[in-house]
Design a protein around this ligand. Structure first.
Ligand SMILES: Cc1cc2nc3c(=O)[nH]c(=O)nc-3n(C[C@H](O)[C@H](O)[C@H](O)COP(=O)(O)O)c2cc1C
Length: 194
């Protein structure tokens, strides 16, 4: 069981191409439930979530998102590969004056990993036209959009690269995404740093 969780965590990659298959609402609810149970500084729990799965709304939301900046516009999901649902991470401003970004990170990663454990791929997106989204989704004034999680059954299988010195992900000739990560030996220090 412990081993399975570890493998799930290290196998997670951002997914930007999706099958056009509906996600059962129960899967989304389970993932958001994992998100709400994440650690929270002073347990303020200022995060709330808006799930969107209506196709017309998803289409509109998509037009206000930006994908894979290093490859733009080559990894924009094309027609037939777009997300089929979104989870909005919202800050309820009445619950805190200074939202701690660590709460957001912990909650978002819980959601993404829970989705993955249920067979759903996701991409966390912060490059957004938030003003436009607030309008179309009728988000009240006391809420702020932090970011969104785009979801769907995966239609790509990005490859982890650890040997590369690059940080920019790239596409190979077959259109497969390669995602470089800095090797453990370069970033983990033991006891003293020098
Ligand atoms: C806070 C945050 C915001 C992100 N925003 C975007 C985004 O707007 N568009 C996008 O395509 N990917 C976005 N990503 C995904 C990153 O590009 C991705 O995590 C990174 O390239 C590493 O790939 P991996 O998630 O497969 O490990 C975001 C990731 C994080 C953590």
């Amino acid at each position: 069981m412990k081993h399975q969780l570890h493998n799930l965590i290290i196998s997670r990659r951002s997914i930007r191409l999706f099958k056009q298959k509906k996600i059962p609402l129960g899967i989304i609810k389970k993932a958001v439930n994992a998100g709400r149970l994440a650690p929270s500084a002073a347990n303020l729990q200022f995060l709330e979530y808006l799930a969107v799965n209506k196709p017309q709304l998803c289409e509109k939301i998509f037009s206000f998102t930006r994908w894979a900046g290093y490859l733009y516009p080559r990894r924009m999901p094309p027609e037939g590969k777009k997300p089929v649902a979104y989870i909005f991470i919202l800050i309820n401003k009445a619950k805190t004056k200074q939202p701690d970004s660590r709460d957001i990170g912990a909650s978002a990663e819980n959601i993404i990993l829970s989705l993955l454990s249920q067979g759903i791929g996701a991409c966390w997106i912060a490059s957004l036209d938030k003003e436009a989204l607030i309008k179309i989704l009728k988000i009240p004034k006391n809420y702020q959009i932090d970011s969104i999680i785009a979801c769907g059954y995966p239609a790509e299988n990005p490859k982890l690269e650890t040997g590369s010195k690059k940080i920019k992900y790239w596409l190979d000739a077959k259109g497969r995404l390669h995602v470089p990560k800095r090797p453990l030996k370069n970033i983990l220090y033991l006891n003293k740093m020098k």
